[in-house]
Design a protein around this ligand. Sequence first.
Ligand SMILES: [Ca+2]
Length: 189
Amino acid sequence: MREVELETGKILRQVRLPNEYFGEGLTLLKGKIYQLTWQHQLGFIYDAQTFENIGQFTYSGEGWGLTNDGESLILSDGSNRIRFLDADSFHVITTIAVYDKQIQVREINELEYVRGEIYANIWHENRIARINPQNGQVIGWIDLTGLNSCVEVHDDEAVLNGIAYDEAHDKLFVTGKLWPKLFEIRVKP
Ligand SMILES: [Ca+2]
């Protein structure tokens, strides 16, 4: 986990996971940062001020993406299902199944809660789904085709994977796996 200076990419602080863990989604909620691991069913908790590891939690299945709606943790696992977890007990509060009309949207990856919707990367696709958190229905798609040609990383796994929303300034950022660049985007209505 890194804190980087937005304008320059300079690393200000970082915390390494032990080598056996493959780090996945993370989210900041009420002063704590929660981080998933891919297949260990184990998450880590850090103090957002100090980056100190202050605890851990468990969940079932794989960990892919993580975000929050200000109350609950919201977790994806590579299926079309998204779970809402209580941020203290880590019990599942509710689960939604994501559909675009009648079609299941599988391999939901990195998540971001943006203005009352869940934005989600679909693994190996150049588009972001906008999902209704109440019922899992896709409201629309953000097509980012062409963005990967701006980064010139030639690797099959260098896919779109990373969405961050700065609520205070209403700014939306995207990046990809192995990408050396981060983009601020504005979504057309
Ligand atoms: Ca995110």
